[in-house]
Design a binder for this molecule. Structure first.
Ligand SMILES: [Fe+2]
Length: 246
C-alpha cells in the first residue's frame, strides 16, 4: 500500500500542480488531503478547480471552516482574499468536507487533532515563541482512542513523523503552498520551513509498518512571491520567496 498525503495548500495552485506532477512521477496514484485548501492571498480559485477535479479524500481545516462559517467582512484578511475568488460550487465542496476520515481502514486523517481543528498536535509553543517537538506523553494523550496504525495531520506546516510507544505512527507531511507563517496564539511565534519548496509525503506500508518519505518540490515560487507582494502581503511574499519571514 502506497499513497501520497498533501496538506495546507493554502491557495497556491503552482505549488499544488508541481506536487501533483511529482506524485505522478513517483508512480503514486492515490492522494489524501489534510485541509486548509484555499486560505491566502494567492490563487484560491485556480487551486479550487484543481482540488475539486482531483477528487481526493479530503478533511476540513480550520481555515476551510472559517470560509464557510464567517461572513466575509468578519474574516481574517487571508481568508477574505481566498473567499473573494471562490464560487458557490467551491464553497459547497468545502461544506461537504468531513472533520476527520478513515482511509483503507488503516489510516486516520484529521487537519490538526482528533478533537480540535486549531490545536498543534506534535508541536508546543514556548512563551518566547520557540516551536518545538511536544513531549511524547502529551502527543499520546491526544491520540487516545484513535485505533489506526497510521495517523495523518497537518496544520503546523512542519513535516514530521512521531512514533508512539505502542507503534502507531503520526505523520504531518508539511505544507504544499505556505512554507512560512506567524501566529499570535498561544504566544507570538513563527513557523519557517527555511526553504521555499512545496512539501508533501508519500506513505508506504512495508511489512507491518508504515514508512513516511518526505519530499520537497521546486516550483516557480517567485511568481507566487511576486503575486503576494502585488497584493500587499509582504510576509507572504517573504515566506514564498525564501521560506523565512523577514
Ligand atoms: Fe490549519
Amino acid at each position: 500500500m502506497r499513497f501520497a498525503a498533501i496538506a495546507d495548500v493554502h491557495g497556491n495552485h503552482l505549488a499544488l500542480e508541481a506536487v501533483l506532477a511529482d506524485i505522478r512521477k513517483q508512480g503514486v496514484t492515490a492522494i489524501v488531503n489534510l485541509g486548509d485548501c484555499f486560505s491566502g492571498p494567492l490563487t484560491a480559485g485556480k487551486t479550487a478547480e484543481v482540488l475539486l477535479g482531483l477528487d481526493a479524500l479530503t478533511v476540513r481545516g480550520n481555515h476551510d471552516r472559517y470560509l464557510i462559517e464567517r461572513a466575509p467582512e468578519a474574516m481574517h484578511v487571508s481568508d477574505r482574499a481566498a473567499h473573494s475568488e471562490l464560487t458557490d460550487r467551491h464553497l459547497e465542496w468545502l461544506r461537504g468536507l468531513p472533520f476527520s476520515a478513515n482511509y483503507l481502514d488503516e489510516v486516520y486523517l484529521c487537519h490538526a487533532t482528533p478533537t480540535d481543528d486549531n490545536v498543534y498536535w506534535l508541536e508546543s509553543v514556548s512563551v518566547d515563541g520557540y516551536v518545538h517537538l511536544k513531549p511524547l506523553e502529551e502527543i499520546e494523550a491526544l491520540a487516545a482512542g484513535i485505533d489506526f496504525p497510521l495517523i495523518l495531520c497537518g496544520h503546523t506546516h512542519i513535516p514530521r513523523a512521531v512514533r508512539l510507544s505502542d507503534g502507531r505512527l503520526i505523520v504531518n507531511p508539511g505544507s504544499v503552498g505556505c512554507p512560512a507563517y506567524d501566529d499570535d496564539l498561544p504566544h507570538y511565534h513563527k513557523v519557517e520551513a527555511g526553504h521555499p519548496f512545496a512539501s508533501y509525503a508519500i506513505l508506504e506500508k512495508v511489512g507491518d509498518h508504515w514508512l513516511p518519505a518526505f519530499r520537497q518540490v521546486a516550483y516557480d515560487h517567485m511568481a507566487m512571491a511576486e503575486l503576494a507582494a502585488q497584493k500587499g502581503r509582504e510576509e507572504w511574499a517573504s515566506g514564498l520567496a525564501t521560506g523565512w519571514l523577514r
